[in-house]
Design a protein around this ligand. Structure first.
Ligand code: BTN
Length: 320
């Protein structure tokens, strides 16, 4: 009901809608309308109430509330079901729990803050309240489990395109899936999967986007390696606008992967990469070496020309 009241108020943005009109259109009593308006105000909506004219929405809170996300969605599947938390341990854990219970593809879990946000390689993920997008999306792809790691490359493509759409932040992808600006990380991606030998039950793509975190708000140990979209864009960035764009780009690139395979996705990755053509240090399991990153192959592995031949790096980390 609150979502529908908000919709009505939004349709009449800049004007008043009378309590009577709302109660007629939504078939509820005027007292019920008043109660819902109070609840919306308590949730942070700035709604002006005028005894004769009715209600007018002045400003929505800067929160990733489901009604606000829904009002901006451009997708057909992703984000149609939203689980919202002011605070949670990890959106990925919750998304995996819901996926194991049988939730539909495209469900998203989003939180204002995570208190045990998880990164790759069992690291933590700094996730302060209201400053980023801490998001997990449930997928149920028909492709082979061996292709699942490419979902991370796919998400990196979608995230970079979304950031480029909403801001002019000059960021790009460092292999395999970090999104960097001036050598510092803006976004991290954690893809997790449950699968049988030859079929995927679900994939959860977890995305941590540092949106409006000021440099001095990062813990000291992250200040040299992390930055935010706002810092890259030189202005605060609307988390809702960026989230809507991320879901739109992710749905587009996912549909492309499902219908045509990953080759066109990998081509997009190559265009957005800041690793290819660079001299890199490779930290592979058990060894390190340097060379020029020349390409990624159709498995997403990095091809590094060491001068003595081309080495294929499937797992590990690179520094540029
Ligand atoms: C990385 O180490 O680069 C990956 C970081 C992934 C963080 C995101 S935030 C939303 C989702 N929930 C988590 O606990 N982790 C991912």
């Amino acid at each position: 009901m609150r979502t529908r009241i908000l919709e009505l108020l939004r349709q009449h943005a800049g004007h008043y809608v009378s309590g009577e009109e709302i109660s007629k259109q939504l078939a509820v009593s005027r007292t019920a309308v008043w109660k819902h308006i109070q609840a919306l105000k308590n949730a942070g909506y700035d709604i002006e109430a005028h005894s004769r004219l009715g209600y007018s929405l002045r400003q929505a809170p800067d929160l990733l509330l489901p009604a606000e996300i829904a009002a901006r969605l451009k997708t057909t599947v992703f984000g149609k079901e939203i689980r919202y938390f002011a605070e949670i341990g990890s959106t990925n854990n919750e998304a995996k729990r819901l996926a194991a219970e049988g939730c539909p593809e495209g469900l998203i879990v989003v939180a204002e803050a995570q208190n045990t946000g998880r990164g790759r390689l069992a690291r933590g993920w700094f996730s302060p309240f209201g400053k980023g997008i801490w998001l997990s999306v449930v997928l149920r792809p028909s492709f082979h489990p061996l292709d699942a790691p490419k979902c991370t490359l796919m998400a990196a493509v979608a995230l970079t395109k979304a950031i480029h759409k909403v801001t002019d932040a000059p960021c790009g992808i460092k292999w395999p899936n970090d999104i960097l600006y001036e050598g510092k990380k803006l976004v991290g991606i954690l893809t997790e999967m449950s699968a049988e030998m030859d079929a995927i039950n679900y994939v959860v793509i977890g995305m941590g986007i540092n949106v409006n975190i000021a440099p001095d708000e990062f813990p000291p140990e992250l200040r040299d390696i992390a930055t935010s979209v706002a810092a890259a864009a030189g202005r605060p960035v609307s988390r809702l606008a960026l989230l809507a764009e991320v879901l739109a780009e992710l749905e587009t690139v996912y549909c492309l992967a499902v219908s045509q395979g990953f080759d066109p996705v990998l081509d997009e990755w190559r265009k957005l990469s800041i690793t290819l053509g660079q001299q890199v240090n490779v930290l592979a399991p058990g060894e390190t070496f340097t060379g020029i990153a020349v390409n990624i192959d159709n498995e997403g592995a990095l091809l590094v020309d060491t001068g003595q031949g081309v080495r294929r790096v499937l797992a590990g980390d690179v520094s540029i």
